[in-house]
Write a protein that binds this ligand. Structure first.
Ligand code: FES
Ligand code: FES
Length: 170
């Protein structure tokens, strides 16, 4: 991390959805603000700004984390995955996003990017997770619209489909 302007700003460099990016951040700038305001990556939403709602969740070095509780300078040399990285190069939705849409797992969509990133980690690390575990992950997010059932159904469906595609048992 390169220090600029007698400590007022720092050059921050990291991988964002596989692409090398960089920008300057003041020491107290939040990672969420850096993503949205400096890099223009506005898919990550900001709600409460104090770690409660989960809207700002992304994956940092694989782990779902709240960017409103992370300083931008902490992102240096990290690997970030955000909602923009879930779609493919053509902009097509991934399987979980498609299931969310079909099973009414979102309405206004404000909470959705953060929830998808938490579930993305769950799908990768715990592909056999049950409904209780899915609800445990969802308990870190506030959704005012849906009642969460569609999210649970979508996640279970995608887990089963991925197991089938991998040749395992449903
Ligand atoms: S905006 Fe980060 S948890 Fe609410
Ligand atoms: S879809 Fe509106 S807050 Fe979750």
């Amino acid at each position: 991390m390169q220090r600029l302007d007698a400590g007022l700003r720092h050059r921050v460099r990291f991988l964002l959805n596989g692409r090398a990016v960089e920008g300057d951040a003041e020491p107290r700038m939040l990672a969420s603000d850096f993503l949205r305001q400096v890099l223009g990556a506005t898919g990550t939403h900001v709600g409460c700004e104090h770690g409660v709602c989960g809207a700002c969740t992304i994956r940092i070095d694989g782990k779902a984390q709240r960017t409103c509780l992370t300083f931008a300078v902490q992102l240096d040399d990290c690997r970030l995955e955000t909602i923009e990285g879930l779609t493919d190069d053509k902009g097509d939705l991934n399987d979980l996003q498609t299931a969310f849409r079909r099973l009414h797992a979102l309405q206004c969509g404000f909470c959705t990017p953060g929830i998808l990133m938490s579930l993305d980690q769950l799908l990768e690390e715990e592909p056999e997770a049950d409904e209780v575990r899915i609800r445990d992950v969802l308990s870190g997010h506030i959704c005012r619209c849906t009642g969460y059932q569609g999210m649970v159904d979508a996640t279970l469906e995608v887990m089963a489909a991925r197991r089938n595609a991998a040749g395992g048992e449903e």
